[in-house]
Design a protein around this ligand. Structure first.
Ligand SMILES: Cc1ncc(COP(=O)(O)O)c(C=O)c1O
Length: 392
């Protein structure tokens, strides 16, 4: 982002705000596709940033949704239901009954109970349903391998059930290729067992590799090398069906910037403190602990540089934990300056304690690839959410 654009943006829009960049998003998808083997599909897990679902829909094969709220976000933008994978451990009968009979969406199956529900709804409505059976990675998600074998043995010929494939989610920020290789070997062997049972390979493996994002300036993560290694693992697999990678963080982290303004500056006990109008309720980086790590930050100021000093950048909440960065070296800092935190496109916005202190939610802006900026959400007051509904 160049300085002129940042100044124009700040002249027109109040902080705190998020900006998501459409060109960066497109480049990111192209980069990932260029590094992955041909034919590997991409599924965007919209929880990483629901605002980007509509912009990513034309760039990826699938959208993964995990709640009625996420479903509505996609539905209200008229996104194609044939792209939807409805996932998640908690699917109510009402939610399934609302979607299944009218939609080509795929459903994941996370338990025997969920399977019964989907099975019943498909039968009762007379509408076949496509299923991805989720194999557990050893937590509350998904089914045991034996349960998947049982479901397939008992129901493989049911005309209302289309067993499309297996879903497997490894975790997030997975930096170890060795661990991913071990998991993919296990999944690959399991796909072979299913092939023997069915007499043909399953159509698809939807795999969430949890590709990592290097969030901090001293991060040594070598993405090119990592993706080359991962692609090699995929190419060595015996499974011959389609592989779709279910990704959130790695697709969208790089396209986001969070802008927050310095509203006060002081020195307490020989430490410099800058108070900003945002804070930890609006900016959460994975792995950030006690504000010890340094994300990439751009300092936007109209002042000339002075002597470098270290600043503790603190947010606007009433808690001593609300520190965004400790000891940030800056060549002078003034009230009115803006700090732009980069790589803030994934989860940063939704994982914070945004209702604490009833502060407004930041505005959300999108910069289209042609350079025009659209406001996707204005600043929103949260105090009505923290007060009894009936008191006026
Ligand atoms: C089932 C599933 N798929 C995909 C993702 C996205 O993971 P990531 O953002 O690490 O790519 C998640 C994240 O929680 C998930 O639960």
């Amino acid at each position: 982002m160049d300085e002129t654009f940042a100044s124009q943006l700040l002249a027109q829009h109040a902080t705190p705000m998020y900006l998501f960049d459409g060109e960066a998003l497109q480049q990111r998808v192209s980069y990932l596709r260029s590094k992955l083997p041909q034919g590997v599909g991409l599924c965007y897990a919209i929880k990483a940033n629901p605002f980007l679902a509509g912009y990513l829909a034309p760039l990826v094969e699938r959208l993964e949704l995990c709640s009625p709220g996420e479903y509505r976000i996609c539905q209200e933008q008229n996104l194609s239901q044939s792209q939807f994978v409805v996932s998640g451990v908690y699917k109510t009968p009402e939610f399934i009954q609302e979607i299944l009979p009218f939609s080509p969406a795929i459903f994941t199956v996370e338990s025997m109970e969920q399977f019964q529900l989907l099975h019943r709804t498909a039968h009762d409505s007379g509408s076949p349903v496509s299923l991805l059976l989720r194999l557990t990675s050893g937590n509350q998600f998904g089914l045991e391998g034996d349960e998947i074998l049982q479901i397939l043995s008992e129901h493989k010929d049911d005309p209302h059930l289309h067993f499309k494939g297996i879903q497997y989610f490894s975790g997030t920020q997975k930096t170890s290729l060795k661990r991913l290789q071990r998991e993919l070997n296990t999944v690959d062997e399991f796909m072979q067992t299913l092939e023997t049972l069915l007499g043909h390979p399953m159509e698809e493996l939807e795999f969430g590799p949890g590709f990592p994002v290097g969030y901090y300036v001293d991060d040594t993560f070598q993405e090119d090398e990592f993706l080359d290694g991962f692609s090699q693992i995929l190419q060595n697999m015996t499974f011959s069906g389609t592989i779709t990678l279910e990704l959130g963080r790695s697709l969208v982290a790089h396209c986001g910037t969070y802008f927050t303004k310095v509203v006060d500056a002081k020195r307490n006990h020989k430490q410099n403190y800058a108070i900003v109008d945002g804070g930890m309720h609006q900016l959460v980086y994975y792995g950030q602990s006690m504000a010890m790590k340094l994300p990439p930050i751009r300092h936007i100021t109209s002042h000339s540089p002075g002597n470098e000093e270290s600043w503790n950048i603190c947010g606007s909440l009433c808690t001593i934990n609300d520190i965004l960065v400790k000891q940030l070296p800056l060549p002078s800092l003034h009230v009115g300056d803006v700090l732009a935190f980069e790589r803030a496109g994934a989860y940063c916005m939704t994982e914070g304690i945004s209702l604490f202190l009833s502060r407004d939610l930041p505005a959300v802006l999108y910069r289209h690839p042609d350079g025009t900026v659209e406001e996707l959400r204005p600043h929103l007051e949260t105090h009505p959410l923290n007060a009894p509904c009936h008191k006026k």
